[in-house]
Design a protein around this ligand. Structure first.
Ligand code: ASP
Length: 325
């Protein structure tokens, strides 16, 4: 049986949080659109959702205006500790043992992630190595960095990931001890490819003002990302709240009852009801329909739906606590 041919689609976010300074808006928009262009080129050529979200996130990790890879925020003691992960749900044809000849379509999920890394240029590519080349899902710190070296990934000294912008923000954080603030700029992408496979990827430097060793939601399956047969999601926002409400798993589970947009709004409302925190979410269902919502000040996204142009949107927050759609 042939796999279904789906019109591919991809959506990416550049974090949710306070409004971006006017001086950075145009460049952030350009970078987000360029990143989605790179990912969508893979999808147009028949490539996989996993490759498309990886390429999109790599482009954003390499851009200093986003809080992921180069440009990550710093811990209280001035270090870079990044988290990232990738998850895919792939359709595969399997032999039905009962009738011996008939093939049926099954979904296989795979995932890989890393936490507390500071010596690898692109944590999302290391997540991919964990997924593709190890029996594990999540690896941390020095051992994960060793794996990156062995896999031939681009390594760096931690200080090479620090931008002037991140250093200045860290210095400002030190003036207000105890205050954990979320700098806009965690990145994520979700996609569906022509074969109907879905993928989600999320990468972050975390929250500024965080203690050394703090791990957020971004690399945790079900919290900062999730992919299943029916769709995929990537989150941004207060990691502690996203973890407690398993935001992305919640959003994808809601897809069975409502459409992607309603699922996104409901999931943010569920998070807010139990934590009072701010978060944002992008999602896609296996038929390439988008959902996105946040309750922070601002969130920007870029979308590609075959064969259309890439669109960039700055999203208004949803009215949390209002009656749900
Ligand atoms: N969710 C990220 C974390 O808690 C931060 C963010 O998305 O702004 O590490």
């Amino acid at each position: 049986m042939h796999k279904p041919i789906i019109k591919p689609a991809l959506i990416a976010h550049g974090g949710a949080g306070r409004r971006v300074p006017v001086s950075e808006r145009a460049e952030r928009q350009r970078a987000l659109v360029a990143a989605v262009e790179g990912g969508s080129a893979i999808l147009r050529e028949g490539g996989s959702a996993a490759d498309a979200v990886s390429r999109t996130v790599v482009a954003l990790e390499d851009h200093g205006l986003f809080n992921a890879g180069f440009g990550s925020v710093l811990t209280l003691d001035g270090r870079v500790e990044m988290d990232a992960a990738l998850m895919v749900a792939e359709l595969s044809s399997t032999l039905n043992a009962n009738v011996n000849i008939r093939k049926k379509t099954a979904t296989r999920v795979r995932a890989g992630g890393v936490v507390l890394v500071g010596r690898v240029r692109n944590p999302i590519l290391l997540s991919r190595v964990v997924m593709d080349r190890t029996p594990h899902v999540l690896m941390a710190g020095r051992a994960a960095e060793r794996l990156a070296r062995e896999a031939g990934l681009r390594m760096c000294r931690p200080e090479q990931l620090v931008t002037d912008r991140a250093r200045n923000r860290w210095l400002a954080t030190l003036q207000a001890p105890g205050k954990v603030s979320r700098q806009h700029g965690t990145v994520g992408a979700v996609a569906v490819d022509q074969a109907g496979n879905v993928a989600a990827a999320t990468s972050t430097g975390g929250v500024s003002g965080k203690m050394a060793g703090r791990i957020g939601d971004s690399a945790l399956i079900g919290a900062g990302l999730f992919a299943a047969a029916n769709g995929a999601a990537s989150a941004t926002g207060t990691g502690e709240a996203i973890m407690k409400s398993c935001l992305c798993r919640e959003a994808v589970a809601l897809l069975t009852g409502v459409g992607a947009q309603r699922a996104a709004v409901r999931a943010i409302n569920v998070l807010y009801a139990s934590t009072g925190a701010e978060a944002g979410l992008i999602m896609i269902d296996s038929r390439a329909r988008f959902g996105y919502a946040h309750n922070a000040e601002a969130m920007e996204i870029a979308l590609f739906a075959h064969p259309g142009e890439i669109r960039h949107l700055v999203l208004d927050p949803i009215a949390v606590g209002a009656s749900q759609p």
